[in-house]
Ligand binder design. Structure first.
Ligand code: C2E
Ligand code: CA
Ligand code: CA
Ligand code: CA
Length: 280
């Protein structure tokens, strides 16, 4: 952020991002984007580690902002996360969009087992979240098992609170829970078995170090071992090389996701990929 001071000097202050004159347009722009449906879901397939067939996909938000091109979440999610109501609006939008896509695919007979959504930790700790999700599934006639919610480790720290209750409710609804960016947060192993978690997602920062030093590789092996001991599905994100894929698979990782296999793509492209696979 830059601004010209009264004396004509360009001055930078750390709180500039907070100034109403700058914040307001961004918030207004995001709100408008939501009502104009400028935000859309892209899909990055997740593949079976052994067969490399598509088993699921992660929905990733993209904003086709007029005049700016296609924006990645990094350009607006961090801003929204500082404003609970805005983040809530985005999460609600994403849940609804995902249900719309799933309902459409089911109608068309598209063989998709589930899609994974990123939900902000604050939404996960919100009391009304389950009721809203339940209503949405009912509205679109969908089974909870078609959804996996990816949340970051921080959620596990809120022991005994709403987040824990929500997780139990999700389990009853058949909705799966994945711990995203696993290994980067503060959760200790002891938190894991106290929550009904279905999947561990190894963060890209660990995956990218495979093949560099023995220590990092050992860490990846340890995370996979932990997941397997707790009977969790283990997914690796950010897989970019065949060396990484082979190491992860031979270490017992179940599912792989990354540019080596597929980039995030539009719904249209995703359905084409699935179609191509079905006739391969
Ligand atoms: P994430 O959940 O860790 O998602 C993985 C990110 O890594 C995605 O970036 C994806 O495009 C990128 N990626 C996938 N494969 C590779 C690879 O092989 N190499 C590299 N270098 N990158 C790879 P993206 O789409 O920019 O999303 C960034 C973050 O924004 C996500 O991180 C997630 O935390 C957040 N996000 C995305 N969509 C949503 C959403 O709908 N709601 C919320 N609350 N957050 C979202
Ligand atoms: Ca994710
Ligand atoms: Ca992740
Ligand atoms: Ca990550």
């Amino acid at each position: 952020a830059k601004e010209y001071g009264r004396n004509g000097f360009q001055c930078y202050t750390p709180d500039m991002g907070q100034r109403a004159s700058e914040v307001l347009p961004m918030e207004v722009a995001i709100r408008a984007a939501l009502s104009n449906h400028e935000l859309e879901l892209y899909f990055q397939p997740k593949v079976d580690a052994r067969t490399h067939t598509i088993v699921s996909a992660e929905a990733l938000l993209r904003w086709s902002r007029p005049g700016f091109g296609l924006l990645s979440p990094g350009a607006f999610i961090p801003f929204a996360e500082e404003r609970a109501n805005l983040m809530r609006a985005i999460d609600t939008y994403v849940l609804r969009k995902a249900c719309m896509h799933l309902a459409r695919w089911r109608k068309a007979g598209v063989p998709v087992t589930s899609i994974a959504l990123n939900l902000s930790a604050s939404q996960f700790a919100r009391a009304g979240m389950i009721a809203e999700l339940d209503e949405l599934l009912l509205e679109f006639g969908l089974d909870g098992s078609l959804l996996t919610l990816e949340v970051t480790e921080g959620v596990l720290l809120a022991e005994g609170g709403v987040a824990a209750d929500n997780m139990l409710a999700l389990r009853r609804m058949g909705v799966q829970v994945s711990i995203d960016d696993f290994g980067t947060g503060f959760s200790s192993l002891s938190y894991l078995h106290r929550f009904p978690v279905d999947e561990l997602k190894i963060d890209r920062s660990f995956v990218s170090k495979i093949g560099r030093t023995g220590k990092d590789a050992a860490l990846v092996k340890a995370i996979i071992g932990l997941g397997r001991d707790l009977s969790l599905r283990v997914v690796a994100e950010g897989v970019e090389t065949t060396e990484q894929a082979e190491y992860l698979t031979s270490s017992g990782c179940d599912v792989l996701q990354g540019y080596l296999f597929y980039l995030p793509m539009s719904e249209e492209q995703f359905l084409e990929m699935l179609g191509a696979q079905a006739f391969a």
